[in-house]
Design a protein around this ligand. Structure first.
Ligand SMILES: *[C@@H]1O[C@H](CO)[C@@H](O)[C@H](O)[C@H]1NC(C)=O
Ligand SMILES: *[C@@H]1O[C@H](CO)[C@@H](O)[C@H](O)[C@H]1NC(C)=O
Ligand SMILES: *[C@@H]1O[C@H](CO)[C@@H](O)[C@H](O)[C@H]1NC(C)=O
Ligand SMILES: *[C@@H]1O[C@H](CO)[C@@H](O)[C@H](O)[C@H]1NC(C)=O
Ligand SMILES: *[C@@H]1O[C@H](CO)[C@@H](O)[C@H](O)[C@H]1NC(C)=O
Ligand SMILES: *[C@@H]1O[C@H](CO)[C@@H](O)[C@H](O)[C@H]1NC(C)=O
Ligand SMILES: *[C@@H]1O[C@H](CO)[C@@H](O)[C@H](O)[C@H]1NC(C)=O
Ligand SMILES: *[C@@H]1O[C@H](CO)[C@@H](O)[C@H](O)[C@H]1NC(C)=O
Ligand SMILES: *[C@@H]1O[C@H](CO)[C@@H](O)[C@H](O)[C@H]1NC(C)=O
Length: 648
């Protein structure tokens, strides 16, 4: 295994190793950047559509800057913040940030680390204010909780200093102040204008942070714009409408041929085509998100669209012809996309690993893949639903090898092969062998429920849905028992491009009738069931999923296949949490759910990780056999009941 980053070797200030990709077999694709066959001059497609541009995070002082800060994105680390910023060229020094508790006193300086990877095209061929190739991370730790800090990124090697910006640190675990989080999934640029508008409004009215459960930029859908248009392939339409393909009623725009020589207008918020270059799509989406990410922590986790330069071929196998044989606009008899079809820098979640900085290392997890954090009364768990468990949808080479092969042949691999990102100690078919499983177990078991009574987990993939798929069985096998046993209250996901709310479900999809108070209100039921929401309709170039002729299952209580939007999750106090599905069309509420905990005022809570504390006179009988604690409690009607509270 070699590392992608050749440039890294020449940098004075590079500390962290770049992500690894396998290069045993040669890349045989086009020399021009992937996606740019329409016009190899990378600054425009020359076919009548202006390449979209978004302002950089820092407006350069000169009209012809030699370097610039194009993206700024902050995220939580324990007791602090990570300030991530991106430039097209190196800084010639360690990246830094000056900061303080008031805008007029930025007397502290923090320095950090730079990483880079051999992206194609390199930023030397692109517009300086629209390209990122050097990724800087500066951490400020030991900050006060729930406090606002001010910062500025100083000028270095041709960049312009940023304005004085600010961020707010997380409320201390146990702080009982109410807060709201925006939860986004499957967004991209196309069709996401409404989500974007109301997300910005939410941020400007105090939303604490954004939690994005994967499928961030849809950079890998660059090839949508070059595939022939077919009625069952909705990606070539002018994506400003929410009308759906299929089911006999094909909207006219799907069948209307595009003018000769033009690629599809993918209908971003301002029109125009997004899908031209893999890396440019990343740059565009990240720059679009700057107004949110430069001041509000933006916590991400991986989705399938982060894996590599493409997911699968389309009609005529034009992608196989292009990526494997460098034949623009050709066809191939069969699809044979392999791991080696993408340029090396576009394999194995490389862009995702460089363009964000999540607190994996600080919380015992791995990179941007799995980690956790506390905010006030809640513990948030980010999981990797793509790799690092048995039969994961993106899989390691271990799944491709046959017999006693040590390494698969190129033709035995698949284009999205990725990971593992953590250790696998034992058989890769055994969930318990995976570092991610062991981390989740430890993380959940050490939650101090006195401080963070709410535990909310998210990965990109749903456990259940009316759109039944085999991956759901695999991800359930990996994580469901651990989550139920440890009293996770709410499991969020996306991946399916619709909004779907399920009833509270126990193991194997059993509906927990006893926890349904009414259509929009559930009790939490630790050890027995959890609430599930599939929130996969923030936008994106592929448009909505449809149920088609499949039945709506009885686990689904609300399904919206028409609107785009995102979730607003409010933790009110230790016993009430509410969720609103915010519609991108007008910002109104499309669905709501309230989760209530049975009165905890008389409950004893324990934690093996945090300090055990007693807030009550309740009798707690420990049951060593299961690790559960049975608590005699009083519910809101004053009746005595027993609640099993799993905590160690
Ligand atoms: C992906 O990256 C991980 C971590 O760097 C590495 O262990 C793994 O072998 C890589 N997988 C592939 C398929 O390149
Ligand atoms: C400084 O920026 C220039 C481009 O303006 C770039 O060529 C050079 O490599 C950068 N210096 C360092 C040390 O990265
Ligand atoms: C795409 O949609 C926009 C907005 O509805 C419309 O103004 C434009 O004419 C459409 N373009 C094409 C090529 O249909
Ligand atoms: C691609 O090929 C098709 C079919 O041969 C042709 O109609 C189309 O104009 C070609 N597009 C480009 C951009 O070369
Ligand atoms: C796959 O590649 C190997 C090694 O190059 C070759 O021997 C084998 O015939 C190929 N298999 C197929 C089905 O093409
Ligand atoms: C789980 O549910 C499936 C589908 O309803 C059913 O076929 C299976 O028998 C159930 N398994 C268990 C262990 O209850
Ligand atoms: C918790 O918040 C809910 C919703 O705002 C409210 O109805 C309830 O009274 C609160 N409970 C306590 C104990 O403050
Ligand atoms: C349940 O709630 C959904 C939206 O939250 C609503 O559309 C539906 O009509 C409600 N059903 C009943 C039976 O009240
Ligand atoms: C309280 O508990 C009693 C006894 O288990 C039960 O009958 C009643 O429905 C419960 N009330 C609520 C609001 O959960």
């Amino acid at each position: 295994m070699k590392t992608v980053s050749i440039l890294a070797a020449f940098l004075a200030v590079v500390a962290d190793a770049a992500p690894t990709v396998d290069e045993l077999y040669p890349y045989t694709g086009p020399k021009v950047p992937v996606g740019d066959w329409m016009d190899p001059t990378v600054k425009g497609n020359g076919k009548g559509f202006v390449r979209l541009i978004e302002p950089p995070a820092v407006m350069p002082a000169s009209t012809n800057p030699s370097n610039n800060v194009n993206v700024i994105s902050v995220s939580y680390i324990p007791n602090g913040i990570n300030i991530h910023y991106q430039t097209p060229f190196g800084l010639g020094e360690a990246p830094s940030v000056v900061w303080g508790t008031s805008a007029s006193d930025l007397s502290n300086t923090a320095t950090g680390k730079t990483v880079t990877y051999g992206r194609t095209p390199p930023c030397s061929l692109a517009a300086t204010t629209q390209c990122s190739e050097f990724f800087h991370d500066v951490q400020i730790s030991n900050l006060k909780s729930g406090a606002t800090y001010f910062y500025r990124i100083p000028a270095a090697n041709g960049t312009t200093a940023s304005d004085i910006l600010s961020f707010k640190t997380a409320q201390e675990a146990g702080d009982s102040s109410e807060f709201t989080v925006a939860v986004v999934n499957d967004m991209g640029y196309t069709n996401a204008g409404g989500t974007y508008k109301y997300l910005n409004e939410a941020i400007n009215s105090g939303t604490a942070f954004v939690w994005h459960g994967g499928d961030l930029s849809y950079a890998d859908d660059w090839y949508s714009g070059i595939l022939p248009c077919e009625s069952d392939w909705p990606v070539c339409y002018n994506g400003t409408s929410t009308r759906l393909p299929g089911d006999g009623d094909v909207p006219k725009e799907y069948d209307t041929p595009l003018p000769t020589g033009e690629i599809a207008n993918q209908g971003g918020p301002q029109g125009g085509d997004m899908s031209v270059l893999y890396e440019s799509n990343w740059d565009l989406w990240q720059q679009w998100m700057n107004p949110v990410t430069l001041k509000t922590p933006y916590m991400v986790l991986p989705g399938n669209h982060e894996a590599s330069c493409a997911e699968f071929d389309g009609p005529g196998n034009v992608l196989t012809a292009y990526l494997n044989k460098a034949q623009p606009n050709g066809t191939a008899a069969k699809s044979s996309l392999t791991y080696y079809s993408c340029p090396p820098s576009q394999r194995n979640f490389t862009a995702f690993q460089n363009r964000f900085r999540m607190p994996g290392a600080e919380t015992g997890g791995v990179g941007n893949f799995w980690y956790s954090f506390d905010y006030g009364l809640a513990h948030f768990v980010s999981l990797d639903g793509e790799t690092d468990y048995a039969d994961s949808p993106e899989w390691p080479f271990a799944k491709d090898v046959k017999g006693d092969q040590a390494h698969p042949f190129a033709n035995q691999t698949y284009v999205t092969d990725s990971g593992p990102f953590g250790a696998v100690d034992g058989d890769y078919n055994d969930n318990k062998a995976y570092a991610q499983y062991r981390w989740l177990k430890k993380d959940l078991e050490s939650v101090n429920r006195c401080k963070t009574p709410w535990v909310i987990a998210m990965s990109h993939r749903p456990f259940y849905s009316s759109q039944v798929s085999s991956y759901q069985k695999s991800i359930r096998a990996a994580f469901e028992d651990l989550m139920l046993q440890n009293g996770v209250d709410l499991y969020l996901s996306g991946h399916i491009h619709w909004y779907e709310r399920l009833l509270p479900l126990g193991s194997n999809g059993t509906i927990d009738e006893a926890s349904i108070i009414n259509n929009n209100t559930y009790w939490t039921n630790p050890g027995v069931s959890m609430a599930h929401i599939i929130n996969g309709a923030a936008g994106n170039i592929e448009s909505h999923s449809t149920l088609g002729s499949s039945p709506l299952l009885d686990i689904t209580t609300y399904l919206d296949q028409q609107n785009f939007g995102f979730g607003g999750l409010t933790v009110h106090n230790a016993t009430a949490l509410s969720w609103n599905y915010v519609l991108g069309s007008d910002g109104t509420t499309g669905d709501k759910l309230t989760l209530l905990k049975r009165d905890t005022s008389k409950r004893t809570c324990h934690s093996s990780g945090g300090s055990s504390s007693s807030t009550s006179v309740a009798t707690a009988a420990s049951s060593p056999a299961t690790g559960a604690t049975t608590i005699t409690d009083t519910n809101s009607s004053g009746a005595t009941m027993s609640v099993e509270y799993f905590s160690s």
